[in-house]
Design a protein around this ligand. Structure first.
Ligand code: CP
Length: 289
């Protein structure tokens, strides 16, 4: 049984091993080691990509999947997270996928004896998103060492940024942040946006995450787009081989222009598709010795 809460707890070898498995699934490999097992998906925060790509990953592996409805559960009567998850263990589930708004929610889960795969905790970690980002980069460039990436936007409140910055540095990538200075939490060197456009191999955009922190940025949507948005004019200034990524959901017209979302340099759709293969690999790891 192997939980997945933080990529920082995994060695580089383990990360490469998950990416190799994910690549295998992307190439049509199958695995019946978890066929018939029961997994419950408990999302205490909204999700489209993570939740539903976990469901497809589970179904691809022959897992019987169940989706938890917090609104119709005893969470509404004050049940603790531990008690809810322990109930799922005791009634016969074999594994759990959990997204929760509290940073480090998993620290209260000692005593749960089935594997838990995190779909994100607060502003802390988003391990499966980072793994699918890495898979997308590996498919594009073949390796990580020496690649230059800038993560642009609401770094301070982004679990995607925090997870990626840590693991990408360990993989030998040159990691920068950019965007409004009010979002710079000094987790990587800051680069002016003009340099980002012209010099990066990868530009990873983030949206402003109003719903998670209730923060009002000082720039209007129009000002953000003018100063830090990726427009086709800016796409045309990027290096020939450079790509654009975004964990999504994206705010069209703020950090990304409508026509850039599916342009030739965008790998955003590829990231979504890779979410399924990556989560299949994460499930395989969870149930492997
Ligand atoms: N990228 C991501 O986590 O998207 P969802 O919130 O839709 O799962």
């Amino acid at each position: 049984m192997k939980n997945l809460f933080k990529l920082s707890e995994l060695s580089i070898e383990e990360i490469h091993s998950i990416l190799d498995e994910a690549e295998g699934f992307a190439n049509g490999k199958t695995w019946d080691g978890v066929k018939g097992k029961k997994i419950a998906n408990l999302f205490f925060e909204p999700s489209t990509r993570t939740h539903y790509s976990f469901i497809v990953a589970e179904q691809n592996l022959g897992i019987v999947d169940t989706n938890f409805n917090t609104e119709a559960s005893s969470v509404k009567k004050g049940e603790t997270l531990y008690d809810t998850l322990k109930t799922f263990e005791m009634i016969g589930f074999d594994g759990l996928v959990v997204r929760h708004p509290a940073n480090n929610y998993f620290k209260q889960l000692d005593g749960i004896n089935i594997p838990i795969m995190s779909g994100g905790d607060g502003t802390g970690n988003h391990p499966t998103q980072s793994l699918l980002d890495l898979l997308t980069i590996k498919q594009e460039f073949g390796s990580f060492e020496g690649l230059k990436i800038a993560i642009v936007g609401d770094i301070r409140h982004s679990r995607v940024a925090h997870t990626n910055i840590e693991v990408m540095k360990r993989l030998g990538m040159n990691v920068f942040v950019s965007g409004p200075k009010e979002f710079d939490d000094r987790s990587a060197d800051y680069l002016e946006f003009e340099e980002v456009i012209k010099e990066m191999d990868i530009i990873m955009l983030l949206r402003v995450q109003y719903e998670r922190h209730g923060y009002n940025m000082t720039l209007s949507k129009e000002e953000y787009h003018a100063e830090y948005g990726i427009t086709m004019e800016r796409v045309n200034q990027m290096k020939d081989e450079a790509i654009i990524m975004h964990p999504a959901p994206y705010n069209r017209g703020t950090e990304i222009a409508d026509e850039v979302v599916e342009c030739s340099k965008s790998r955003i759709m590829k990231q979504m598709a890779n979410g399924v293969y990556t989560r299949m690999a994460v499930i395989k790891r969870a149930f492997s010795e």
